[in-house]
Design a protein around this ligand. Sequence first.
Ligand SMILES: Cc1cc2nc3c(=O)[nH]c(=O)nc-3n(C[C@H](O)[C@H](O)[C@H](O)COP(=O)(O)OP(=O)(O)OC[C@H]3O[C@@H](n4cnc5c(N)ncnc54)[C@H](O)[C@@H]3O)c2cc1C
Length: 406
Amino acid sequence: MNDRSSFVIVGASHGGVHVAASLRERGFAGPIHLISAEPDLPYHRPPLSKAFLKEPDGDLQVLRPRQFYDDHDIALKLSVRATQIDRAAGRVHLEDGSALAYDRLCLATGARARTLAIAGMDAKNVHVLRAAGEARILRRAAAERGRTVVIGGGFIGLEAAASMNALGHEVTVVEAAPRLMGRAVAPEISAHVERRLEQLGIAVHLNAPADEIATRGGVAGGVRAGGLELPADLVLVGVGVEADTDLAAASGLVCDNGVRVDGRLRTSDPAVFAIGDLANYDHWLAGGPVRLESVQNAVDQGRHVGAVASGVEEAYRQVPWFWSDQADMKLQMAGLSHRGRDRVVRGDPASGRFSVFHYAGEELVAVDSVNSPADHMAARRLIAAGVSASPQQAGDAAFALKSLIP
Ligand SMILES: Cc1cc2nc3c(=O)[nH]c(=O)nc-3n(C[C@H](O)[C@H](O)[C@H](O)COP(=O)(O)OP(=O)(O)OC[C@H]3O[C@@H](n4cnc5c(N)ncnc54)[C@H](O)[C@@H]3O)c2cc1C
């Protein structure tokens, strides 16, 4: 690509960094500006609730060393927020008063932690966990052992609960829904994880929406949830995220649970792309619009923008996958279960290693696995190839799924 136009990327995390890297890999020769509101060199976000939380002196894992940005002539600007997009003029304004001209722009502003509209949310020992800054504060607070209440039984809440448990905290999880990770995994997985966390000494309360964080002098002392009064020295609110559409919406781009993008990840303005946790797009596996929150989605969409901007006119079409590490359980999800109606269990949950296959009619649409990486890898390849193991094959743990991979 012999293109000298200017490319600006707002948001320098899993998505944004891969746009820049992919543009250079494909030979884009124009200026690339990568803008980050965060002060840290772009880093892997998943460890924040896992290893980083458990290791008092552990460092962030950077996505690329500093040298990478210099070597590839990527102008990375840290600690500065983009405040406005002037689409008519093709300019992005930054909070330091400067502005950058662009020919093409990619928004990779991701998502931010949702908070709860309940009393006590602003107490000083009440935490959310999205960025490294928040993780450092939480880790410092976690150094003193005590009673931790985690509000929210989704991936991040449960990962953090397992980490706090490993650090010696007395941990309680309260979840408003009738099961853990209810939007994301099969009921069999929810039940297994609940059992295992309880075996490890983590108390799990379902159907227990948090009503109030009781405070004294600005410090939380307990959580009231579903009629329970739970004493707490530290409260972590892990109730999901919302897409950070501030910039996009203010510039008039079409937003609806994130920024709407087409198959090539273009927003309602063809000069502007949106990717990652921010982007809402029609997915063939879901049969409708989805906004996915995963490293794989952000990375693959970042790469795809690099390709489209280089003239590859293909629609984005990757099988979604996701992982979550909770104590000794590695959860891995492939595909999307939105259209799934029937399920088949492969393996014995009591062994701690099994998978759940989701079917829409005869079609395999998703597989959720616990400590079964071979099932997960086979599922990704089968779904990508549009090949469905029959329910009988899936349910027979002795059957080699990989024999079906074309
Ligand atoms: C604790 C934790 C654990 C996780 N674990 C897993 C896991 O195990 N597996 C998995 O697949 N996924 C996991 N995820 C989710 C995964 O990290 C996200 O899906 C991924 O980070 C999304 O990448 P992104 O580039 O779209 O956006 P983000 O990572 O959200 O990055 C967006 C960046 O844009 C910046 N920004 C926003 N607005 C502006 C602006 N106006 N100007 C400049 N910069 C701006 C933000 O500060 C941020 O740095 C986890 C997330 C968290 C928080």
